[in-house]
Each structure stands twice: as structure tokens, then as C-alpha cells.
Design a protein around this ligand. Structure first.
Ligand code: NDP
Length: 502
């Protein structure tokens, strides 16, 4: 029923006399420029789309809360972790990575797992994935890597040659490639997957003591994955499968939840570690660094408006609070720049004023002013410079993380920890996966790598062989490649292998 008291207005509140007939000069004549309502309506429509994220474009989100379940005050002074039972409001966004905003939810891809915690010390963003590792360890390679996951510049089609050429030239990718091509690369919706920080972070106390941590959010719904065949079918019949599943579950009161854990490494353990604890292509083995439970994430409220809350949600791994600080992980260091830079491009310099991004439990007070779409009082009459003797805010030295010693020569260089890119991928294949997992993994790889040139297949099969001989042998057999040749390539150095497969 039309409510007579609800007036249709322009965006400036003036009642609109006619929303169905464009003003014309005469009943059969052309439209009039003075029809400001028509012009406003069309002009706004023309500007409805904002740039989609270059990665993580397709996503779904939900509101909820985080509750501390175990005491971790021995490790961090983070206020939101200060007492068992303490709750913090959260907003989470899950996503695929490579596909466009309209792409299928069930594509083989890592899944973004981002959670904003609205703490009393400002917003803390957990910006993780559903995999504990990543394809590369240096942000210099990130744009190149993502180009290989996007469309060929000529055909505008996904391109197996681009993807496998890059992976086979980037041996550190083998661990993540193995997870991606297992059925974990096609999770059954967003509720049935874990979230991992991937990066190492610092947790520190007010007295300067610190530890290194990796965060794991383990699904209480249980891990569920799709086979390649199921994922492909769903991409056609229900491309929004994961979005629908999350929204419907919350709408029916079936709130998904995750148990949140930290792996903890002492500074001297990091100094002596046999692998680089700041390398995102590596996990920290559970046997040496057990999961310490400390919280529970519950998502129990759907967004009221998708664009306002999910499309405009902007996460950054640099949104940290006292008690949590970055580590020297190079990929993390690159993301500390790239995420806010993307938000300024997509949403503007004042993206922090958009309600989903704004601090909700902390007051914001600084000397930043003006800029496009400044929508609050812009600091009013308060001083806009510091230091000042006009009552403005001052920095709080006591919240600073401990200083870290740094030595060595400045320049472009790899990190100087021992590098073994194959051991952990091999352990996953041989020790963690079931026979069924391995069969599906090999089938998933063969169906994709089979679309690349033979020389690239050979180079990549050799990397699988280096991870585990049976793994490489089964991939080679599936592709119809000579196993002896794959074994010969596997015995070479990477430079020799590349030269032999030009
Ligand atoms: P563990 O046996 O203690 O842990 C194995 C882990 O592997 C579990 O966390 C499990 O996650 C996960 N897992 C099980 N099946 C798969 C699969 N098909 N694809 C990806 N992950 C799977 O061993 P370690 O800690 O010594 O690690 C051995 C290997 O396990 C690693 O090299 C790594 O590839 C993988 N892994 C390790 C993780 C870690 O942080 N240590 C995290 C995830 C994977 P779940 O409990 O959810 O089933």
C-alpha cells in the first residue's frame, strides 16, 4: 500500500511532482533540461558502481562478536583480550580472490577471511585467508602473480599457460599450490572453512616482553569441501552458492562460529628456527608450536544493506591495536601499504568515515582534515596542527611496541634463513592427506595443468616430484608425461630446469 505521508523527494529533500513522466516541450516534443529530477536520477545511476577490488572482488559479509575464552594476558596487553568473557563487536567479510565481482563463488581459489574487531583501542583487522600459507614471500612479485590469475590481455580468458608458467618459475609457490589444488581449494561455502593469519604478528606486553604469533580460526561447522565436479556444476546452477549459504544460515538463526587460537613462538626460538618464521610460504608445525585457544568468533547478524556494509568494507592488516604489532614478514610489509592504498582509490581518502569502517568503540581524534567526502564535522573548531597548546590530542608513547634490533646491509636481497620450499608441501601430501585427498589433488592438477604447454607441464611436474616422488610421478602419469624426464628435471637446480624447459 502506498503511504500518502511518505513523500518522494530529490536527494535534497524537495518533493518530486512526477517520477513517471519526463518533462517534455509539448506532449510529443523533446525532453527539457529543467527536469532536474530526471537529470539527478540518471546522473546518480551512472555513478552507482565504484571500482571493484583488484583482488577479493566477490564477497559476502556478516556482523557478530568475538569473545575471549582463555587468558592470554601473559602474552599481550591488547585491551580486547584482557579478560575471559569479554566481548567485542565484529564485522567479517569472506571472498574469493581472483574472480570479478560477478564470478562464481565455487571457483578454485583461496578464500579471503577478514574480520574487523571494533575495540576500545580502535579497530583491529584480521585480514587472513582460508589457507595458512601463500604463493609468494615477497610483495615485489604480487602484481605479477595476480596478473597470472586474471585474464589474458589478448583473449580476455583465464590462461593456464600464464598461471603455470609463473608457478613453475616460482618454486616457493608449491606449498600453496598443493593446498589450492586439494579439495580445500573449493570449500563448501564460507562457513565450513578455517581462517589463518598466514603472516606472523607480534604480541607484546606493556613491559616490553613480546612473542611472535600466528592466528588460526577453526570452523565449528567442520571442514567441508566440494569436489571439482561439484564445484563446476554449482558454478553454473548457483554461482552465488557461498553468499546464499552464509546469509540463509544467519537468517534462520544458525550462527556460524570459529574457535580462535594462537601459535606462539618466543623470540629466541625465532632466532634459532630451522625455517624462516616470517615466511608466509611456511606453516609453523603444530607439534612444535601447539594451538593455544583464546577466543570464539560468532557471526549472527546479516548486513542490512550489501553495498553500504559489505562492498564498502575496507580492511587493512595495518589496523592494529596496542598489544599487537607487525612482524618483518615481507608480504605483510607490502600489504601494510597496499590495502589502505586500494581503499583510498576505491572509496576516497575519508573511507574511514564510512560507518562499517569507522571506529565504533573508540574515539577518533587527530589532525587530519578535509579531503573528498569528509562527512563529519571535520574537527569543528579544534586545532588542526600538533603540537599545540590549544587542548589538542597528544601521542601516547606508552603504547609503542618494543624496538627490534636490525643489522646488515640495505639492498634488494632474499631473507637469510635456510630455504626449503618443498618439505612442507611434501609433508602435506604424504603425511596429512588421505588416499582420497591425494587422488582428488592429482585429478584437479591434471585437469588444469593439462591446458598448459608441455614444456611448462614438465617444469611444474618436476616441482611436484621434488615435493614428493609419488606426487610428481602421479601428476606426470596423469598428464601422459615421461616420468624419467620429470625425475631428471627434478634433480636439476631451478636455473638448469628453467633453461631445459625454455
Ligand atoms: P599436523 O598434522 O599437526 O596438522 C595438519 C594440518 O593440516 C591440520 O591443521 C589440518 O587442518 C590440515 N589439513 C588436513 N587436511 C588438509 C588438506 N587436505 N589441505 C590442507 N590442510 C589440511 O601437521 P603439521 O603442523 O606438522 O603440518 C603438516 C602439514 O599440514 C604442513 O606442511 C601444512 O601443509 C599442513 N597444515 C599445517 C598447518 C599448521 O599451521 N601447522 C595448518 C594447515 C595445514 P584441520 O585441523 O583444519 O583439519
Amino acid at each position: 500500500m502506498h503511504d500518502e505521508s511518505k513523500r518522494l523527494t530529490t536527494s535534497f529533500g524537495s518533493p518530486v511532482p512526477d517520477d513517471q513522466n519526463t518533462m517534455t516541450a509539448g506532449q510529443r516534443g523533446p525532453a527539457l533540461l529543467q527536469d532536474v529530477h530526471l537529470i539527478e536520477k540518471l546522473a546518480h545511476f551512472d555513478r552507482e558502481r565504484i571500482p571493484e577490488r583488484v583482488v577479493h572482488a566477490k564477497g559476502a559479509g556478516a556482523w557478530g562478536y568475538f569473545e575471549v575464552t582463555h587468558d592470554v594476558t601473559d602474552y599481550t596487553c591488547a585491551e580486547f583480550l584482557s579478560a575471559v568473557g569479554k566481548r567485542t563487536e565484529t564485522f567479517a567479510r569472506f571472498s574469493t580472490v581472483g574472480g570479478e565481482k560477478g564470478s562464481a563463488d565455487t571457483a578454485r581459489d583461496p578464500r579471503g577471511f577478514a574480520v574487523k574487531f571494533y575495540t576500545e583501542d580502535g579497530n583491529y583487522d584480521f585480514v587472513g585467508n582460508n589457507t595458512p600459507v601463500f604463493f609468494i614471500r615477497d610483495p615485489m612479485k604480487f602484481p605479477d602473480f595476480i596478473h597470472t590469475q586474471k585474464r589474458n590481455p589478448v583473449t580476455n580468458l583465464p590462461d593456464a599457460n600464464m598461471a603455470w608458467d609463473f608457478w613453475s618459475l616460482t618454486p616457493e609457490s608449491i606449498h600453496q599450490v598443493t593446498i589450492l589444488f586439494s579439495d580445500r581449494g573449493t570449500p563448501d561455502g564460507y562457513r565450513h572453512m578455517n581462517g589463518y593469519s598466514g603472516h606472523t604478528f607480534m604480541w607484546y606486553k606493556a613491559n616490553g616482553q613480546y612473542v611472535w604469533v600466528r592466528i588460526h580460526m577453526k570452523t565449528e561447522q567442520g571442514i567441508k569441501t566440494l569436489t571439482r565436479q561439484q564445484a563446476t556444476q554449482l558454478a553454473g546452477t548457483d554461482p552465488d552458492y557461498a553468499t546464499r549459504d552464509l546469509f540463509d544460515a544467519i537468517a534462520r538463526g544458525d550462527a556460524p562460529a570459529w574457535k580462535v587460537h594462537a601459535q606462539i613462538m618466543q623470540p629466541d626460538q625465532a632466532d634459532q628456527c630451522r625455517f624462516d618464521p616470517f615466511d608466509i610460504t611456511k606453516v609453523w608445525p603444530h607439534g612444535e608450536f601447539p594451538l593455544v585457544p583464546f577466543g570464539r568468533l560468532v557471526l549472527d547478524r546479516n548486513p542490512a544493506n550489501y553495498f553500504a556494509e559489505v562492498e564498502q568494507a575496507a580492511f587493512s592488516p595495518g589496523n592494529l591495536v596496542p598489544g599487537i604489532a607487525p612482524s618483518p614478514d615481507k608480504m605483510l610489509q607490502g600489504r601494510l601499504f597496499s590495502y589502505p592504498d586500494t581503499h583510498r582509490h576505491r572509496l576516497g581518502p575519508n573511507y574511514h568515515l564510512i560507518p562499517v569502517n569507522a571506529a565504533r568503540a573508540a574515539a577518533v581524534d587527530n589532525y587530519q582534515r578535509d579531503g573528498a567526502m569528509r562527512t563529519d564535522d571535520n574537527g569543528g573548531g579544534a586545532p588542526n596542527y600538533g603540537p599545540n597548546t590549544m587542548g589538542g590530542p597528544a601521542s601516547v608513547r606508552s603504547v609503542a611496541p618494543p624496538m627490534l634490533p636490525v643489522t646488515g646491509n640495505a639492498g634488494s636481497q632474499p631473507r637469510d634463513y635456510p630455504q626449503d620450499d618443498f618439505e612442507q608441501a611434501g609433508a602435506l601430501y604424504s603425511r596429512v592427506m588421505t588416499d582420497g585427498d591425494r587422488t582428488n589433488l592429482v585429478g584437479n592438477i591434471v585437469s588444469h595443468l593439462g591446458n598448459a604447454e608441455t614444456r611448462i607441464q614438465l617444469r611444474q611436474a618436476a616441482l611436484f616430484f621434488k615435493a614428493h616422488p609419488e606426487y610428481g610421478t602421479r601428476v606426470a602419469q596423469g598428464l601422459g608425461l615421461p616420468v624419467a624426464e620429470v625425475e631428471r628435471l627434478a634433480a636439476m637446480t631451478q636455473d638448469e630446469r628453467v633453461a631445459a624447459t625454455q
